[in-house]
Design a binder for this molecule. Structure first.
Ligand code: KG4
Ligand code: ZN
Length: 335
């Protein structure tokens, strides 16, 4: 089964073809992502209307390009999967409209995919040995969740953020330190030159039991430290390092607790913050210390992409899911 995947929930236009006849990463026949970062950078964040318009401009050419790279034509496809939510409503509607129209014209089934399920299943795309049950840490710009994955489509929420998502905390903290949008990767880069321990920020909500997170207080701590500092490059890097360590340590502590709660030894990490190198190293350390394992998608499949949508859609189509032809999106949607 060859499935076209379309992702347009935020500021990345992602398209891919996943072929279930080829196992694992070989099934990814082609994938392409067009990032709108340069477009939104001048505004310091994503402007929803501009995002929708850019998806309109980029989506069809990207579909053509991806099919050509895969050596396929539309007649070879067996289904179309698209992100139906959560996300920006206008941006979602572009992907949903194009996916539904293509599916209708080609007489193919279309399947609406939950964006976070796409992230959550992305590690399985590269590692066919990996199968539920496992615990997933979903860390993106909009979400921070710990989920017990019991089977495909059977997800139990163990904990989530009560305020800012981890990626959002990275982005907001970077912004207050004057780093350009999107700040997460910039802050992580700056932290490489920071000295561990020069600044120590709290590990929020780790001093009590439970699997929920709260990251909004951290940026206030950083703001106070930043305002009271000499603001040299070294200090800036030290503060970035202190912030990154606080987020990474908090996530590692809660992941350990989630593995205990679910009585599980496999942790899967997905979402943009999963590209963070220090987080990857710390979680590896945590998992191996307890005789378990942790799996991450390659960084390009951590951030938003069409491959995870094509893959999740293929699994759902294989499981027999079919839908009506109505164009349906859900800007807010529990998994
Ligand atoms: O999953 P994603 O691409 O989009 C959403 O669905 O939100 O995640 C984007 C988030 C942003 O907040 C970005 O700053 C963060 O992931 N991010 C990082 C890194 N790379 C991306 N945060 C920390 N370190 C990184 N290396
Ligand atoms: Zn995402």
């Amino acid at each position: 089964m060859k499935v076209l995947g379309i992702e347009t929930s935020c500021d990345e236009t992602g398209v891919a073809v996943y072929d279930t006849a080829r196992p694992g990463a070989d099934g990814l026949r082609a994938h392409a992502v067009y990032s709108q970062i340069a477009l939104h950078a001048q505004y310091g964040g994503v402007v929803p209307e501009l995002a929708s318009r850019d998806h309109v401009r980029k989506l069809l050419p990207l579909i053509r390009q991806t099919l050509a790279e895969a050596g396929l034509v539309t007649a070879d496809l067996d289904g179309v999967a698209y992100t139906a939510g959560p996300g920006l409503v206008g941006a979602l509607l572009v992907g949903a409209g194009v996916a539904r129209a293509l599916a209708w014209a080609l007489e193919l089934p279309a399947v609406a995919v939950h964006h976070m399920e796409g992230h959550l299943l992305a590690p399985l795309l590269e590692d066919p040995e990996l199968a539920p049950p496992f615990v997933a840490l979903l860390v993106s710009g909009g979400h921070t969740q710990l989920v017990a994955v019991e089977a495909l489509g059977r997800y139990r929420l163990l904990g989530e953020t009560l305020d800012d998502a981890a990626g959002e905390a990275f982005d907001k903290t970077a912004k207050l330190m004057g780093l350009p949008y999107p700040g997460g990767p910039q802050l992580a880069k700056l932290a490489q030159d920071g000295r561990p321990g020069a600044y120590r920020f709290a590990r929020p909500m780790t001093d009590r039991p439970g699997l929920d997170f709260s990251f909004s207080g951290l940026k206030t701590q950083v703001l106070l430290a930043w305002q009271g500092s000499d603001r040299t490059e070294q200090t800036k890097a030290d503060i970035a390092r202190g912030f990154e360590d606080a987020v990474v340590e908090t996530l590692a502590i809660k992941c350990g607790r989630a593995l205990d709660a679910a009585d599980c030894d496999t942790l899967v990490v997905a979402g943009g913050v999963g590209a963070n190198r220090r987080l990857r190293a710390r979680l590896e350390e945590m998992a191996s210390a307890r005789g378990g394992r942790v799996r991450f998608p390659r960084p390009a499949l951590c951030t938003d992409n069409g491959a995870m949508i094509a893959f999740a859609g293929a699994l759902r189509l294989q499981a027999g899911q079919r839908e009506s032809a109505a164009v349906h999106v859900a800007p807010r949607w529990d998994m």
